[in-house]
Design a protein around this ligand. Structure first.
Ligand SMILES: CC(C)(COP(=O)(O)OP(=O)(O)OC[C@H]1O[C@@H](n2cnc3c(N)ncnc32)[C@H](O)[C@@H]1OP(=O)(O)O)[C@@H](O)C(=O)NCCC(=O)NCCS
Length: 379
């Protein structure tokens, strides 16, 4: 259904097929299994070639940075890594066993709190993107009752996160795997969290509010929470011998396999292909289990719905790669947010050029009006 063609009584569950924005930030070409980033870059060309900082610059500005532009962005991001004192206090006030995504949502809100409403700006996009890893690592170390590790300005975005999380110099390979993951997850068309950010922006609200709302949308297991769920599934399966029985049991219970299926991709998710290759080196043992699980899952899904190609999506293989990077699964959705914040902010900034409040219609399914309310003692 096109934007022009949508009538008042048309209803598309899950807004499937509804066109709700024009964007040059990224395009998911579901029919051909392609993800295209701003400027026309295919994800398989971009991911191995650039760092997260370069990809974020591309999403914000429409072009890859030259050396001096990249140096300037790195310096700006390094400066913005520090937490405000009030954000530290907010993190310290949160219960130790709080879900890391809830701490992230709350701390981003504290970090972006201002005296009056502000208009989203490129500087704020950079600052929010730069500070998310510090929040995630700080909250993680506090949760495990370990000393907080301060950010280091000379490290890249990916390296600095691993440093703050572990308090140890990260190995080169781990930095590169994480960087590729962060580049690949940074944007993905009008996915649920990006749409959420654009809805908030459409009311004239501030950038932090857009990002906080988007974090809430990302948390769900149908969206960003699927990486954690995929890793939990692999943990529950435990070994290659258990795969067939475990998957058949789950399917009999009508449970969904996390990391499979997609609203838009009708062939395959190109990010899953790239990550499955990285996973071979990042965690060979887990890769072996995952590869067999994938094979069995695809057969079950195909037999159940031959007409609907429920292929492997990015979250399945991301769960193996992030494990190989040494990231605990409780942080998987937060690390997804660390990447996607670049896309959310790019979409919000883009939407400012043609701002119109997003306000769809609904179909009334209640009774005919005219009922008279009775006083409470007569009901
Ligand atoms: C991603 C997802 C939400 C897309 O949902 P959608 O476009 O609304 O697709 P539908 O929910 O209409 O699914 C269509 C059919 O495929 C089945 N299906 C889709 N994904 C499935 C999965 N992962 N496992 C088992 N069955 C699945 C559904 O059960 C449904 O069959 P039914 O009509 O017999 O119930 C869905 O595939 C899913 O829940 N996947 C698991 C979570 C996940 O990996 N999310 C990350 C996405 S990147």
């Amino acid at each position: 259904m096109s934007a022009e063609g949508a009538g008042k009584n048309d209803f598309s569950p899950g807004l499937e097929g509804v066109v709700a924005a024009k964007t040059a930030v990224s395009e998911v070409d579901g029919a051909n299994g392609r993800l295209i980033y701003r400027g026309g870059y295919l994800i398989e060309d971009l991911a191995p070639a650039v760092t997260f900082e370069e990809a974020a610059y591309l999403l914000w500005h429409g072009e890859l940075p030259n050396k001096s532009e990249l140096d300037a962005l790195r310096a700006q991001m390094a400066e913005a890594r520090k937490l405000k004192d009030s954000t530290r206090s907010v993190i310290s006030a949160i219960d130790f066993d709080t879900d890391p995504m809830d701490t992230l949502r709350t701390a981003v809100s504290a970090q972006g709190a201002t005296k009056t409403l502000t208009k989203p700006s490129p500087e704020e996009a950079i600052a929010l993107t730069a500070v998310v890893p510090t929040i995630v690592a700080t909250a993680h170390r506090r949760r495990h009752k370990r000393d907080v590790v301060e950010p280091r300005p000379e490290l890249s975005h990916a390296a600095n996160f691993l440093w703050m999380m572990d308090g140890q110099e990260p190995a080169k390979e781990r930095i590169h795997w994480l960087d590729q993951y962060l580049v690949m997850l940074a944007d993905h068309g009008l996915n649920a969290s990006t749409f959420t950010a654009r809805v908030v922006a459409s009311t004239g609200s501030d950038l932090t509010s857009c990002v906080v709302a988007a974090i809430g949308a990302l948390k769900g297991p149908a969206h960003g929470g699927a990486t954690f769920a995929a890793r939990t599934m692999l943990d529950n399966i435990g070994s290659v011998e258990n795969v067939d029985r475990w998957m058949a049991d789950q399917h009999a219970k009508h449970a969904r396999f996390p990391g499979f299926g997609h609203r838009v991709y009708r062939t395959y998710d190109p990010r899953a292909k790239i990550l499955s290759e990285i996973a071979k080196t990042a965690d060979p043992k887990l890769h072996q289990l995952a590869a067999h699980t994938e094979e069995v899952a695809l057969k079950i899904l195909h037999d159940a719905h031959p007409e609907r190609p429920n292929a492997t999506n990015v979250d399945f293989w991301a769960s193996v790669v992030l494990t190989g990077c040494g990231i605990p699964k409780e942080l998987f959705t937060c690390v997804f947010a660390m990447s996607r914040v670049a896309g959310w902010t790019a979409h919000v900034l883009e939407s400012l050029d043609d701002l119109r409040i997003i306000r769809p219609a609904s179909v009334w399914i209640g009774p005919e009006p005219g009922k008279k309310p009775q006083p409470v003692d007569k009901r």
